[in-house]
Design a binder for this molecule. Structure first.
Ligand code: C5P
Length: 397
């Protein structure tokens, strides 16, 4: 993944035990293509050495405002020019107070005041320090000044206490940072997504389901959130974690999914039906486990058709912009066109089931009034971002 290719990030570290987690963050950032210039306060060097951060970033690390390695002695200017963002993680109570007052008494604080790029901070502190009215005042002031705060979150703290002030985990910081750089094509929009398989009971221990992993729907929910939308993900049973900032509603059967969707469809601007909904369910679900007997006949199950969720939403008097999916094993164009007409949706996204199911990459083809638009083969997340951009363009038009 090269989500951060061509991004130059000044990563500021201030004094806190959460510094140890930043080693992992720097690894993940460089893996994704970022150039990371680490700047540490003197207090941060008591937790992690500059040598460690230099080895991980592959770049010189700066601590001292008077560092003779910078030829014109302008480290506080040079380091931020050309940077795409300054990310301060962990951001201590003291550092937040300095930032809120525009103090510039060390290299990192001076860099922040002299910056010409966005500033994101990741607070990390004891719960009483975070709850302190002075810290809350400073946090509010920083938000008002246009600084982006990532977290903090709640949980166990290094001091043994439990509460709010805990730093986000490195993978969460990374996801938020990547999202920060995505174009906000869906800002202010409400997006409803279905994903995963459904699971229809046969008896108390057996179900009827399919091999959908949910990866495509989850990638679309993430991409929509990255694009600035408020996203609700109605998900059948999957092994996936919800993307950050996405509200996930877990359902099991097609009927559960229909109920969850219909309760929210009226207030959605866009509905994207990615779920592989079971077409049929068992007519009479057995209250007790179906028993096999030696030489006995196999049970015969009678099926009834499930409701069509996408078709039901598209038929609302004032439907959201509806996007359907079609996973076919052959003759994609013909099936997709037929499905788009039958469901009454403006956009249908087709793919070949054998090429995508359970995999991390995909090839999508868009079908709309203007015809057929294939997207290049890519990771499901990259494809989801392209699809979200295509949807945003159509919704805006
Ligand atoms: O041909 P099919 O009815 O399976 O069409 C697939 C599209 O319709 C997908 O977008 C899928 O999420 C949606 N669908 C649905 N409810 C169903 C079956 C499919 O919303 N019962």
């Amino acid at each position: 993944m090269s989500d951060l290719a061509n991004k130059r990030i000044v990563l500021g570290m201030t004094g806190g035990i959460a510094c140890y987690k930043i080693c992992e963050l720097v690894r993940r950032m460089t893996e994704r293509g970022a150039t990371v210039d680490v700047v540490m306060t003197e207090a941060a060097t008591h937790f992690i050495t500059p040598v460690t951060m230099q080895a991980l970033s592959g770049r010189p690390v700066f601590v001292d405002q008077w560092d003779p390695r910078v030829p014109n002695n302008m480290a506080h200017i040079n380091l931020t020019r050309g940077a795409d963002a300054i990310l301060v993680a962990p951001a201590s109570t003291d550092f937040m107070a300095k930032l809120a007052h525009g103090l510039a008494d060390d290299l990192l604080a001076t860099l922040c005041v002299a910056r010409a790029c966005p500033l994101l901070i990741v607070p990390a502190m004891n719960r009483e320090m975070w709850a302190n009215p002075a810290t809350q005042r400073n946090a509010a002031q920083l938000r008002a000044d246009g600084v982006t705060l990532l977290g903090p979150t709640e949980g166990d703290q290094a001091c043994g206490e439990v509460g709010s002030g805990r730093m986000l985990e490195p993978h969460e910081i990374l996801e938020d940072l990547i999202a920060y750089f995505q174009p906000k094509a869906l800002a202010g929009k409400r997006v409803l997504v279905t994903a995963g398989p459904t699971s229809e009971p046969i008896d108390p221990v057996r179900v009827l389901t399919n091999v959908s992993s949910g990866k495509m729907g989850y990638a679309i929910a993430r991409a929509a959130r990255e694009a600035g939308a408020e996203v609700t993900l109605v998900s059948g049973p999957t092994a996936l974690a919800a993307p950050r900032g996405v509200r996930r509603i877990d359902v099991t059967t097609a009927h559960d999914m229909l109920d969850a969707v219909m309760g929210r469809a009226d207030s959605a601007d866009i509905f994207i039906a990615v779920a592989a909904v079971a077409d049929w369910r068992v007519k009479e679900v057995s209250a007790s486990k179906l028993k096999k007997t030696d030489g006995g006949a196999a049970p015969v199950l009678e099926f009834v058709q499930n409701p069509d969720i996408l078709g039901t939403v598209a038929a609302l008097p004032r439907p959201p912009y509806c996007v359907g999916f079609a996973a076919e094993t052959e003759d994609l164009a013909r099936h997709a066109a037929e499905k788009r007409a039958r469901k009454g949706v403006p956009l249908l996204v087709g793919n070949l089931a054998q090429e995508v199911l359970g995999r991390d990459d995909t090839t999508l083809v868009l079908y709309d009034d203007a015809g057929e638009h294939p997207l290049p083969r890519s990771s499901k997340l990259a494809a989801a971002r392209q699809l979200v951009a295509e949807i945003a363009r159509r919704v805006a038009a």
